[in-house]
Write a new protein. Structure first.
Lengths: 319, 319
């Protein structure tokens, strides 16, 4: 069969390559403490978009480091009592997308919150203040600064903070909240479920942000992961600091958070994915201890996986 | 400004160059008669997909030339009295797609029908029986046979037949039926509204199936148009029969039926579109006599047009 990565039976046993920092747990404990000490100043502004059966809002909250973060928030008009919710996370450089595509969940009686990632294509602020390269790339943003200043640390916290805010809404049943997204959205789905373990169901599709060193070793730091290679070329061309750099990236490597996930997980994978190679996705998946399964597409790359969003819808209906 | 086609002022006046056959109207009268004489033998089978607020079916009917045609059909559970409906048409080689993307409209209380085009990526049959090249390409299928045997004619009839079937359902208000789709789906949306003028609102996005000769003259015979170039190279390499061939394609050119459209039209266009060049789209649009509006994206090609799906949702919600 055509193959890009390891054979499937090896993928299922693969333990990941990117190192885990020794103080990984303390790093994230400190991060979550900073998040909890931040006053979110939540604001719900009625959106321009209208649907007869949904209330649509631009949701704003203050995340760590003073950044004003935006999400779309929709809730069903005729809701009697608390109902489930779905959190949605978008792909790298993108935004939370359009309103219409959330409406299927709202019509089924769900609230939906769709995050804009700081400083990407939507309305969330990146408060900056990071040393080192700022021209391009959020994975390497802060990599030459102290690890607490890594950009994706703040974005991971935004996902958990948004989850907590939504769970705290009077109309939402905090015990019935799911998370979903593809690529960066898949990585953020896993990070959110790890940092907010009350999330009950997670449906990541070809997750990004896992096993950075493996991507580079496969010589696939070319597409979405290209900035990892560029960082080395610019700031450590002879790889004299490589162990330190991979370990620095390890703080924001989703595989190292995966063991905290309590949600039931359904992950979509294309085996010909040369943007987020399958082994990097399995590095994270294999560390999940809760109920989980993969949905495998042998001929597919980093692209729409047919029927996966239908399966995700039915999966979330079980919340 | 970057440009691939005429400037916008010229687009707004462009009259199209693909010839219109002298017997165009008789051709389509004959076709519609054949459609009306076909016993559709409509059948519903409960689908594998389930949503809490809509019943989901695989709908089958018999179209012209004995082809068994499939469409996805969703019917809202809580409907009191006849409700609006919307028809979806898909892009070339594709299929009716996933169920979840129809749910926002079902959430509005609309019935939704999404056609699979004969012999493409879904479940509808192409019964064949056509002379000439059949290896690849449905635009040119039957171009070497009698014009009544062109495959795209049958597909255009399928759209009108589906519309009529849906309009005839007891749960549907036949005066409030809309249609939408992109690329081939956009062309089929326009064709459907012309052949079934009871349609109330339509939203074609960068429509295909228009002004074929113009595409060739722009030397943009890529995408779905590559087969026109191949047809000439194989069957008329010195273009000795070119007028006859363009005229024959003229039977399938939606610009020549556009004046029949009574629906209100919301057209989406990317000005950098090199697959369905803007001028070909305006060739159709400019001939529409009903209420109409073009939504323009100067920097976009044949790709997702941000915000347009939300505009479409609000447009159809007003039906």
């Amino acid at each position: 069969m055509p193959i890009l990565d390891m054979p499937l039976d090896e993928l299922k046993k693969y333990k990941g390559t990117n190192p885990r920092p020794k103080d990984f747990d303390r790093f994230w404990a400190r991060a979550l403490a900073e998040m909890r000490e931040t006053d979110p100043e939540v604001e719900l502004v009625p959106a321009e978009f209208r649907a007869p059966f949904a209330e649509c809002f631009d949701l704003y909250f203050t995340g760590v480091r003073g950044a004003r973060v935006h999400a779309q928030y929709l809730r069903p008009k005729k809701a009697a009592g608390r109902h489930p919710a779905v959190l949605q996370f978008h792909g790298y450089t993108g935004d939370c997308g359009e309103w219409w595509e959330k409406l299927g969940y709202v019509a089924a009686g769900f609230s939906v919150a769709a995050l804009d990632c700081r400083g990407q294509g939507g309305k969330s602020e990146d408060a900056g203040g990071v040393k080192g390269n700022t021209y391009k790339g959020h994975i390497i943003r802060g990599l030459d600064d102290c690890p607490d200043n890594l950009m994706f640390r703040q974005i991971f916290l935004d996902t958990a903070q948004m989850a907590g805010i939504v769970m705290g809404f009077p109309e939402v049943d905090a015990k019935r909240v799911g998370a979903m997204g593809g690529s960066q959205g898949g990585g953020l789905t896993l990070a959110c479920a790890a940092l907010e373990p009350r999330v009950k169901r997670a449906a990541p599709m070809f997750p990004f942000l896992c096993d950075y060193k493996r991507v580079w070793e496969m010589d696939l730091a070319k597409g979405a992961y290209e900035e990892v290679r560029t960082f080395f070329r610019k700031f450590d061309p002879r790889h004299e600091r490589e162990e330190e750099i991979w370990t620095g990236l390890g703080y924001i490597d989703v595989q190292h958070l995966a063991s905290r996930i309590k949600a039931e997980v359904m992950m979509g994978v294309g085996l010909m994915d040369d943007t987020c190679p399958p082994s990097t996705q399995y590095a994270a998946f294999n560390k999940i201890k809760s109920k989980k399964r993969t949905v495998v597409y042998p001929d597919y790359e980093h692209e729409g996986l047919p029927d996966f969003l239908d399966m995700t819808f039915e999966f979330m209906m079980g919340l | 400004m970057p440009i691939v086609d005429m400037p916008i002022e010229e687009l707004e006046k462009y009259k199209g160059i693909n010839p219109r056959p002298g017997d165009f109207d008789e051709y389509w009268e004959r076709a519609l008669r054949e459609m009306r004489e076909t016993d559709p033998e409509v059948e519903f089978a409960p689908a594998d997909f389930h949503a809490p607020f809509a019943e989901c079916f695989d709908l089958y009917f018999t179209g012209v030339r004995k082809a068994r045609i499939h469409a996805k059909y969703l019917r809202p559970k809580k409907a009191s009295g006849p409700r609006p409906a919307i028809l979806f048409f898909h892009g070339y080689t594709g299929s009716s797609g996933e169920w979840w993307s129809k749910l926002p409209y079902a959430g509005l209380g609309f019935s939704v029908a999404a056609l699979d085009c004969r012999g493409q990526g879904g479940k509808s049959e192409d019964t064949g029986g056509v002379k000439g090249m059949t290896w690849k390409g449905q635009l040119i299928r039957g171009l070497g046979d009698s014009p009544d045997n062109m495959l795209m004619r049958h597909i255009l009839l399928d759209t009108a037949q589906l519309a009529g079937i849906v309009m005839g359902f007891p749960e549907v208000d036949a005066k409030r039926v809309g249609a939408m789709g992109g690329s081939q789906g956009g062309g089929l949306t326009l064709g459907c509204a012309a052949l079934e003028p009871r349609l109330r609102r339509i939203s074609p996005v960068y429509p295909w199936l228009c002004d074929y000769k113009r595409v060739w003259e722009m030397d943009l015979a890529g995408g779905g148009n590559a087969e026109m170039k191949e047809f000439f190279r194989q069957f008329d390499p010195r273009h000795e029969r070119e007028d006859e061939i363009w005229t024959r394609l003229g039977y399938l050119d939606t610009q020549h039926m556009a004046h029949r459209i009574k629906a209100e039209v919301l057209l989406g266009v990317g000005l950098m579109d090199e697959t369905c060049p803007p001028s070909t789209q305006f060739a159709v649009f400019n001939k529409i006599r009903s209420k109409k509006r073009a939504v323009i994206y100067p920097d976009f090609g044949h790709e997702g047009l941000p915000g347009l799906s939300d505009m479409q949702f609000e447009f159809f919600a007003g039906m």
